[in-house]
Design a protein around this ligand. Structure first.
Ligand code: GDP
Length: 477
């Protein structure tokens, strides 16, 4: 099947003009709205260093939401932001404080309702959407399901505490997703807070803030005293501008489920974030393997609304069942079509369940060797700090011109569920040096088909990695 350059650029989150330029260099002169075939698209993706993710079968064969948008139909849309950081560093407080910057909340008289996401309208009229579930677990879980809806991550670090294990995980999960970050140094009202100490500490994790000569924006805030919030929202908007976030509001809506539940009175409810198009009451849709007709839309202020456009979070009533976070909602022409697509997706889901065998240690790396990529991602855990450093440095040296090792995350301690989620989202193996997973992590890895590999001799580790990397490049190299 074919895809337009524009649509591919959207999916890769790259500029269309950059794709056109690269295609030209590859000897394929095309314009943004022209289509290219699968092989050319794959070459292009590889060229850009992305891991190829084929569109799921259901979408290809049924063609839901497949059509590309024409460049001239695209309009600017608000950024979608996720807040991450270590426990107690103030994620929830900051989300609440930012919510308070909304100028329409008061005048509309709505009661704030926690629906999993909210949108604020700033004094300038600019809008920002925030996902209300802080933490990197939910973020990476969504990504593992192919639903990266976050445009910008705000990493919260308590100025009186410093970088903690979950701060580092959050940084690594953000980097693995290729999403730009802004660092919010919180609790600046506390006497012990030292922003410069944080900026310096960030350098050790390859995060260079502007004051340190880098490009990552940082801002000093106090969620408690509500200071620095305007500066933070300004920086979010600046980053959004650089990303040139755009979507076509005039088409059948496509949205992503952020949260879903069964309400005793209202039935199945799902909060969705519209990615493109406009969702309206009366629309017929498919969501995951469920379908439905929009009976009502409720915004984050508890008010019923008639429609929701790009980047707007809204609660949908009228589903046949409860979908999962990360599921794609697509509006379709009629009910027959909705049933057809839902049924097809159910069949695909059943087929996948019955054919996906648990990962064996022998099949290590096989999952990733199936995808063509110029990167070799991995997660490294070891028993002591010195080993972590030595291994990371040694595996990085295995990189060649053809294939680059990319350590998504490394750390001291046993293999956790969070490591597995990250590995799964990037199709990476987890390498344990003198450490083992806990029971939950082992189970999660087996279910997700994430390869776990244990070593106690560093040379064995490096030898096997070399082999796996060679295997990944394939015989043509
Ligand atoms: P989370 O676990 O990251 O969501 O952190 P919380 O938002 O629950 O905050 C943890 C604790 O830090 C709470 O007791 C907050 O009141 C406090 N806190 C959060 N932000 C600030 C701040 O800017 N200044 C001070 N002094 N305390 C804060």
């Amino acid at each position: 099947e074919a895809i337009t350059v524009q649509e591919l650029a959207n999916r890769m989150a790259e500029r269309t003009s950059d794709l056109v330029k690269t295609l030209f260099k590859m000897g394929t002169p095309v314009t943004a709205t022209q289509t290219i075939d699968q092989d050319t698209a794959e070459l292009l993706v590889t060229e850009f260093g992305h891991i190829i993710k084929r569109v799921s079968d259901s979408d290809v064969e049924i063609g839901v939401g497949g059509e590309a948008d024409v460049d001239t139909d695209l309009q600017p849309r608000p950024p979608v932001v996720t807040i991450m950081g270590h426990v107690d560093h103030g994620k929830t407080s900051l989300l609440d404080a930012l919510r308070g910057t909304d100028v329409v909340a008061g005048e509309a008289g709505g009661i704030t309702q926690h629906i999993g996401a909210y949108q604020v309208t700033l004094k300038s009229g600019a809008k920002i959407s925030f996902l209300d579930t802080p933490g990197h677990e939910a973020f990476t879980e969504m990504r593992a399901r192919g639903a990266t809806i976050t445009d910008i991550v705000v990493i919260v670090v308590a100025g009186d505490d410093g970088l903690m294990p979950q701060t580092i995980e959050a940084i690594n999960h953000t980097k693995a997703a290729g999403v730009p970050m802004i660092v919010a140094i919180n609790k600046m009202d506390k006497p012990g807070s030292d922003a410069n100490k944080i900026r310096t500490a960030l350098l050790q994790h390859d995060v260079q803030v502007e004051a340190m000569g880098g490009e990552v924006q940082d801002v000093e805030v106090s969620a408690l005293k509500k200071t620095g919030l305007d500066e933070l929202t300004d920086k979010i908007l600046l980053q959004a501008e650089l990303l040139e976030l755009r979507a076509n509001p005039d088409r059948m809506a496509e949205a992503t489920v952020v949260e879903a539940k069964l309400d005793k009175g209202k039935g199945p409810l799902a909060t969705v974030l519209v990615r493109r198009g406009t969702l309206r009451t009366g629309d017929i849709f498919v969501v995951g393997t469920e379908s439905g007709k929009v009976r009502a839309l409720v915004n984050d202020k508890g008010q019923q609304v008639k429609e929701a456009g790009p980047s707007v979070p809204v609660e949908v009533l009228g589903l046949t069942g409860v979908p999962m976070a990360g599921d794609n909602l697509a509006v379709v022409e009629n009910e027959a079509r909705a049933r057809e697509v839902a049924l097809y997706r159910q069949q695909v889901a059943t087929a996948k369940r019955t054919t996906s065998a648990p990962a064996s240690l022998e099949s290590m790396f096989s999952a990733i060797s199936a995808t063509k990529a110029v990167e070799f991602p991995c997660v490294i855990k070891a028993d002591v700090h010195g080993s972590v450093e030595a291994i990371v440095s040694a595996v990085n040296k295995l990189s060649t011109d053809d294939i680059k090792v990319r350590v998504l995350h490394s750390g001291v301690g046993g293999i956790t569920e969070s490591d597995v989620t990250l590995a799964r989202a990037s199709g990476a193996p987890i390498i344990g040096f003198n450490v083992r997973p806990n029971a939950k992590a082992r189970e999660a890895a087996q279910q997700a088909g994430v390869a776990l590999k244990y070593y106690d001799i560093i040379y064995d580790l490096l030898d096997e990695m070399k082999l796996a990397m060679a295997g990944k490049l394939g015989p043509e190299y």
